[in-house]
Design a protein around this ligand. Sequence first.
Ligand SMILES: O=C(O)C(=O)C[C@]1(C(=O)O)C=C[C@@H](O)C=C1
Length: 572
Amino acid sequence: MQSLTPPSSGINLKTLIRTKIQSNRVNPSGLVIRCIYRFDSANAAANTGTVSTNGAPASYNSAGHVGSSRADWQSSCAILASKVVSQQQNAEKSGGAGNITAVNGHKATMDLDLVPIDNQPKPLTITDLSPAPMHGAQLRVAYQGVPGAYSEAAAGKAYPKCEAIPCDQFEVAFQAVELWIADRAVLPVENSLGGSIHRNYDLLLRHRLHIVGEVQLPVHHCLLALPGVRKEYLTRVISHPQALAQCELTLTKLGLNVAREAVDDTAGAAEYIASNNLRDTAAIASARAADLYGLQILAEGIQDDSSNVTRFVMLAREPIIPRTDRPFKTSIVFAHDKGTSVLFKVLSAFAFRNISLTKIESRPHRNRPIRLVDDANVGTAKHFEYMFYVDFEASMADVRAQNALAEVQEFTSFLRVLGSYPMDMTPWAPISSLLKSELSKLLSIIRILNQKMDGHDGDNPKQNTADMTVFVQNLLQQMQSRFQTIILYNAEFKNLSTTFLVLRLLSGSFPALLSFNYLVLDKAALDEMGNRIDELEQSINDLRGEMGQDGAPSPSASLKSKEEQKPADDSA
Ligand SMILES: O=C(O)C(=O)C[C@]1(C(=O)O)C=C[C@@H](O)C=C1
């Protein structure tokens, strides 16, 4: 994965490492960084010591803890940074703003009238962690990414009015809390479409923070590009790997069979396009990222499932006191010397007590990834070893949970409670309200278009054709993207009256639009919009059939018949 960090005005990993390399006189091609990791008892035995980035064997110290000084901690983070430096060196060798190999290589000059990105908070980097700043009264919440990332929104949902602190890596967010730079971290652990964010599972084990809460955030992805860029110009789409995975099918449906490239976060992808003036690249990111970095939205709601949700956990230095007066969840991680055969026994400890599991995840047991079982007759079986992460619906204050864990402990060689915390019970945002808001935006676009077509907008009656062309193209692009969103929502939309209303309006508006737009829109765009209307109508008819509704006159039939009546040379 490429790494994008904020504009070069701030101190970042690159500068930290450059300084580090110079002061240590280390040859970059054989960079060896002294690193002491902090690990659990389960990991302590094997994961401490000197790590070599050039593949040289590592040696370990016996303490199994991070060194007591800040310098020790910083050097441990230099591992991340060394990777960044090598990427940067590659980028410098290969050159070209089109490559995302540079770490936040904001070298390209900006000739766009964009929102000044320098006003945005910069992601926290290793150097910012020393010395610890004075604490204000506001809760400081670390998240991974740059402003506009979904993690920032999750931080705001978890802790309204908090001071959200952007961090360039998940690891930095963990460390920020451990070093009292931040009070909490909010990190994604799983998504309903893309699955688990494995890195954070591994980091939960490596660090000593406690899960103190969870938030589930509906993730509504947009396709963003520089103003004026059209889908046809695109040769690649960049985003966080999770976001790329969540939009895979829709991108293909949109005809975007272009290269996909993974970067560190969604908003970072948007920022990168803006900073490097990349006209052949689109980002998958939030509407807020479009606002912040001056990009236009080419398509909205492009996630493959309209109810796309990411679950984030809130982390703190201290656990919260578990309660039983509201729904709680508990997260544990365990391993066993004898491998996976114990899994059934562990899980039955919950089943017998009627405790529901909400999630189970396995990760490689990094200390002992392989277990050899020798059998003189048949040879040697090589089993992979796992750490198991389980979330269950009960509070640690609940005696059922305590008994279940006492039993689990009997079967496992390692068990840790990652946290017992209130479940996110916020009501599900009904899809119809999202759809209604999309429809009302579509309606206002149609109204503006109608005014323009009729020459009633009055603000500039002498507007020349070129201005009008750009204006209408822009509005039609917005309409297309609203259509896309509506179609995605429509599958779940049961109340069809608003949809019919809009279609009727459209059937009134389109003939005028079409007659004008034969001059200003290419045929592909028109066809695409026509197809969308047909698809929408088809799905509405299907639903109406299912619901036994009376047939209203087909809006698109009326659109088509009006279109057929249009004179061939109608270009006014
Ligand atoms: O890149 C972002 O905006 C993030 O906040 C990260 C992240 C993730 O890690 O899954 C969060 C939510 C979305 O699922 C996509 C990306």
